[in-house]
Design a binder for this molecule. Structure first.
Ligand SMILES: *[C@@H]1O[C@H](CO)[C@@H](O)[C@H](O)[C@H]1NC(C)=O
Length: 317
């Protein structure tokens, strides 16, 4: 009798020990695989698109069609001329491509004349999406996360998305051709910056205080002028932003989200190892532009002027 009691007690202790050890192992493993800690609620609120409301939306543009490529163009509310130039050039040049503009609130507020003009323009073209955060340079990262969330929610059936500024020359023909043979998942490409470091000089446009970003370098990222990704990344980047403190450099911020996901951005070369995403300003040249995906530095008039020639002539290069 005594013996069985002792035996049972030993067995019980044994089971408890095994359970405790496995619980420890399980916890340390899951802690390890969970990666970084989520942001405190008030820090995530600033960047989360759920904090803001749509003032203008186009929820049905991808309902009855699955575009091959969605072009996501951040613009300030007052940049009507830039939107117009994009609509009349690369924004409407190819079938299977959808172009949308993303704006925040004008500094003059939701009752301003500027806002009324934007609403009218939106009725006419049905291509403007607006949320109620203040539209300025410091808030561009909020806008990028809004574009990611929007794509994940309303246009995840598209194969690829491209974030591209309005003053960029986009050779959509060549881009589509390149994308036809690109990976369909976990893919992001552009002008790759491998060794970016935060600027600590307060006079710099790219200044980043050490309290905001203590690390001495950035993980690899693609320049914000124009980058292309498979649309599965839109929801994954949105998810990853729960773990990444907001910095106003939107492209470096996306790079930090990619690090959380373990996704490496890739460089786009042609056969001659030329960068296809040219972020330097280049003078327009029909046949050299035929072999590029983007070129930088095209205000509305220059863009329209160059495009007139390019649309007619690029095929003969
Ligand atoms: C960014 O937008 C939020 C929401 O409108 C606003 O509270 C904040 O002041 C803006 N940031 C800057 C630097 O303007």
């Amino acid at each position: 009798m005594r013996k069985t009691l002792l035996w049972n007690w030993t067995k019980f202790l044994g089971v408890v020990t095994v359970l405790t050890v496995s619980a420890h192992v399980f916890l340390s493993l899951s802690k390890h695989s969970a990666g970084p800690d989520p942001l405190p609620e008030e820090e995530y609120r600033l960047i989360s698109p759920l904090t803001y409301q749509y003032l203008l939306n186009q929820p049905d543009v991808c309902r009855d069609r699955s575009p091959f490529l969605v072009l996501l163009v951040p613009v300030a509310p007052q940049e009507a001329a830039a939107r117009d130039a994009v609509r009349r050039s690369w924004g409407s040049a190819a079938r299977d491509v959808l172009t949308l503009f993303y704006a925040g609130l004008p500094p003059s507020g939701p009752q301003s004349r500027l806002q009324r003009a934007l609403v009218e323009e939106s009725k006419l073209h049905a291509d403007i999406i607006q949320m109620n955060f203040m539209d300025n340079y410091q808030n561009l990262t909020i806008k990028t996360m809004m574009m990611m969330k929007w794509t994940a929610t309303y246009c995840s059936s598209a194969s690829y998305a491209m974030k591209v500024d309005a003053d960029i020359f986009v050779n959509v023909y060549y881009l589509i051709q390149r994308l036809r043979s690109s990976p369909r998942l976990g893919f992001i490409t552009g002008s790759l910056i491998r060794d970016g470091t935060p600027r600590r000089d307060p006079q710099s446009k790219w200044y980043l205080a050490e309290e905001q970003y203590p690390e001495s370098s950035f993980p690899p990222y693609v320049s914000g002028a124009g980058y292309v990704f498979s649309t599965d990344l839109a929801s994954r980047i949105s998810w990853a932003s729960r773990f990444v403190r907001m910095i106003h450099l939107e492209d470096a911020y996306v790079g930090l989200c990619l690090r959380v996901l373990g996704v490496r951005p890739v460089y786009s070369y042609d056969l001659f190892l030329r960068n296809l995403f040219e972020i330097q300003n280049l003078a327009y040249d029909r046949c050299s532009f035929a072999r590029l995906v983007i070129a930088n530095g095209f205000p509305p008039r220059e863009l329209l002027h160059a495009w007139q020639d390019f649309a007619k002539g690029h095929a003969s290069c």
